[in-house]
Design a protein around this ligand. Structure first.
Ligand SMILES: Cc1ncc(COP(=O)(O)O)c(C=O)c1O
Length: 385
């Protein structure tokens, strides 16, 4: 691939170098191709690598000078500007907090703002740690299921009228469906949340990976009523491929919710990691050209996958994701049973198992397309081998 089109080395990944790379994606599954966990194969943005190198060169691994042990990190301070610039959402800087990761914020909110036995609404299939959150905390799953034409909110309302709920974990963009909730659908969600008095935890970790032609609308940007019952979680970790560094950010939409978190003991949430914050600041200030190049490759891959599947695995149902680099493959027509990822693993390809995402994941597998076009093509060929 020529260097003009591949300034960041996104299209020329060396499969042997990937196989030798440390980390769960390539080391934990013993497969020739690893397309499961939500990490990208791409090298990070040069600005991130430079910023990390500077910390190393300065030997600056001590406590950071951010204004005291409970001061906001520079990454958290940047969050408001980034939301305003990218999505027109004007948040409240005094309601922003550092988190170690997004799931910490999700779990802390469920733990402290609901009680055992309460219902938690989830669009199904659902990212499995959300399902675990519900069961680990003895909450009750209230599923929103898909029918022809979209999610069935009428059925949800009927269910809420009977048994109630206190939390809705909204994953937008959605993992594993790669679905982007449009404004009208978000408004319906907000209206249901208002009527049934639900707190909405809006996990927007994949927002910056929204594909051309789609628009990410932060839930809290819908207006003051929606915001007042919402907690938003975000991070640079998915779009900039930093998941192992551990950092995320939380915004609460009301003083009442913020007071609950402020009332917890100091250091209850730990303190942010210097390397993660350094990387996120570099990403959010100098990484957008790299991000645009990544989105170009992902956009190409999500369309190429339609042809690759038609050619090598006809019968697999697939809609190109509207956001994220996660492709949700409906393998029911192949007759590979409820967990087709097992068979693909025997063929040397590690995918995420559909049933992990709930009963609606039976017969499905999740494929990670964040790799070079040629590695993606080899992966699909191996799946068909
Ligand atoms: C929707 C969603 N939320 C949260 C996470 C995990 O984020 P973190 O590692 O910050 O907890 C992921 C990781 O893939 C994800 O897809």
């Amino acid at each position: 691939m020529n260097s003009v089109n591949d300034r960041f080395g996104l299209r020329s990944l060396d499969i042997e170098a990937l196989r030798a790379r440390d980390g769960a994606k390539w080391q934990s599954r013993q497969a020739r191709f690893s397309a499961w966990v939500a990490d990208m194969d791409f090298p990070v943005a040069p600005a991130i690598a430079d910023a990390m190198r500077q910390v190393i060169d300065q030997n600056a691994f001590g406590y950071p000078n951010w204004g005291g042990p409970y001061a906001l990190s520079p990454a958290a301070k940047l969050f408001g500007q980034r939301m305003s610039d990218r999505y027109g959402w004007e948040l409240r800087p005094d309601r922003v907090s550092d988190m170690i990761d997004v799931l910490q914020g999700v779990r802390a909110t469920v733990l402290h703002l609901s009680k055992p036995g309460d219902g938690v609404v989830l669009h199904m299939p659902a990212y499995h740690p959300f399902l675990d959150t519900v069961s680990d905390m003895s909450r009750r799953l209230v599923p929103v299921v898909q029918r022809e034409g979209g999610f069935d909110y009428d059925a949800l309302e009927t269910e809420l009228a009977v048994s109630g709920a206190s939390i809705w974990i909204l994953c937008n963009p959605h993992n594993p469906l790669g679905y982007v909730f449009g404004r009208a659908e978000l408004e319906r969600i907000a209206e249901i949340a208002e009527r049934f008095d639900l707190i909405v935890i809006s996990d927007e970790i994949h927002a910056d990976l929204t594909m051309p032609g789609y628009t990410h609308v932060p839930f809290e940007s819908l207006g003051p009523e929606a915001s007042a019952r919402a907690v938003t979680l975000a991070s640079g970790s998915k779009a900039f491929n930093l998941a192992g560094l551990r950092w995320a950010v939380m915004h609460t939409g009301s003083d009442r919710m913020q007071a609950v978190f402020d009332g917890l003991p100091g250091h209850y949430f730990g303190a942010p990691n210097l390397m993660a914050v350094t990387a996120t600041v570099a990403a959010w200030t100098h990484g957008d050209e790299w991000l645009a190049a990544v989105i170009e490759v992902l956009d190409e891959n999500r369309h190429a996958l339609t042809d690759l599947l038609a050619q090598h695995l006809p019968g697999v149902g697939y809609q190109p994701p509207q956001a994220t680099y996660l492709a949700w493959l409906d393998c029911t027509a192949l007759g590979f049973g409820s967990d087709p990822a097992q068979l693909f693993h025997e063929r040397g390809v590690a995918l995420s198992a559909g049933p992990d995402f709930g009963p609606q994941g039976a017969g499905h597998a999740r494929l990670n397309i964040a790799t070079s076009p040629s590695v993606l093509a080899s992966t699909i060929k191996a799946m068909a081998s």
